[in-house]
Design a protein around this ligand. Structure first.
Ligand SMILES: [Zn+2]
Length: 350
């Protein structure tokens, strides 16, 4: 079978790999669509970050070269002898989060060691993938496999909204209008945000932010976000999401938030940032963070998308073939800021 395999930074090869075999509690999935994630892009440009390159992964025992891809949907092809919840032909999505299982509370457990199918073990940029039954979720019949590939990144946004404590009728600021920023806007709107301010440096991303529900889309290279928000809401906004991951936006996120409001850090930071904790002390702003999603939130996201309460489809900007994943996928995402979510076609089944 064909697979896109990570060998090192700037070294992803589409090559023939052996078809994986299932053990008793595993499910083999014929992949339909797989999204390219920002974390895949980090692994491509400056990796390894999460990928185990210098020894076996402590949770999965796997090691590079590894097939990437953790945002995928597909159809069950084969099940292990002890699998009872699935049968060949079932439409499924994979919750790629791998946790140790040492703590009974999944939200605490994930912080005691975590990994992802497609980063810490072979993933969905391949014709076939084998995962543990516990990571597989059955899809409603009427949810398309194409949109189901967006469940994983949407779950990240839904978790961010949950973590922020956003209430109906509140005001929201989102720093960064990449795929997760856009999905955060979509989720905030679904959760009842009254006004949503989006900040980015790219006009095309800001245009997209407006399309998906931002009431104000502001180029932070041209207008100071703090002055902009304070001119409309002198006290600041209720909930702010940091989805850009750099020092200026981190500090601005705190500065645009009202006293006792909440800043939720959703992004991955490549570098440390400098900030004064006094910024929090004198405002009472709460600074919280999120990582991936709780199992419940992932399943909730399946339902929110299936019911149409959340429509993540506007974030899709391209569909490409696996053979083109480097040039039309990773390189395109690095060079072209009008790209948001690129889906890689495997079986292409809708
Ligand atoms: Zn992802």
């Amino acid at each position: 079978m064909k697979a896109a395999v990570w060998y090192g930074a700037k070294d992803i090869r589409v090559e023939d790999r052996d078809v994986p075999t299932v053990s008793s509690n595993q499910v083999k999935i014929k992949v339909a669509w797989t999204g390219i994630c920002g974390s895949d892009l980090h692994e491509y440009s400056v990796g390894p970050i999460t990928i185990p390159a210098n020894g076996p992964d402590p949770l999965t025992g796997k090691q590079a070269p590894l097939t990437m891809g953790h945002e995928f949907s597909g159809v069950v092809e084969e099940v292990g002898s002890e699998v009872s919840g699935f049968k060949p032909g079932d439409k499924v999505v994979v919750n790629p989060l791998i946790i140790s299982g040492n703590h009974k509370d999944p939200l605490i457990d994930m912080y005691k060691g975590f990994g992802f199918v497609g980063l810490n073990s072979d993933g969905g940029f391949a014709d076939l993938v084998v995962v543990d039954e516990k990571n597989v979720i059955k899809l409603p019949e009427d949810l398309s496999l194409e949109y189901a590939a967006l469940i994983e990144p949407t779950a990240v946004a839904v978790q961010g909204i949950k973590e922020s404590g956003l209430k109906f009728g509140e005001t929201v600021a989102v720093f960064g209008a990449g795929p997760i920023g856009l999905l955060t806007i979509i989720a905030a709107k679904a959760a009842g945000a009254k006004e949503i301010f989006a900040f980015d440096l790219s006009e095309t991303r800001l245009q997209k932010a407006k399309e998906v529900g931002a009431t104000h889309a502001v180029n932070s290279g041209q207008q100071n976000p703090v002055e902009y928000i304070r001119s409309i809401y002198p006290d600041g906004v209720d909930r702010t999401f940091e989805v850009a991951g750099v020092a200026p936006t981190f500090n601005q996120a705190i500065a645009v938030t009202r006293a006792r409001g909440v800043v939720t850090v959703v992004s991955i930071f490549e570098k440390p940032v400098e900030f004064s904790p006094m910024q929090l002390t004198v405002t009472g702003v709460h600074l919280v963070s999120t990582l991936a999603y709780e199992p419940d939130v992932f399943e909730t996201t399946v339902k929110l998308i299936a019911s149409g309460q959340i429509d993540p489809s506007p974030v899709i900007t391209d569909h490409i073939e696996l053979e083109d994943i480097v040039n039309k996928g990773f390189e395109a995402l690095m060079k072209d800021k009008s790209q948001a979510k690129i889906l890689v076609k495997l079986s292409g089944e809708k």
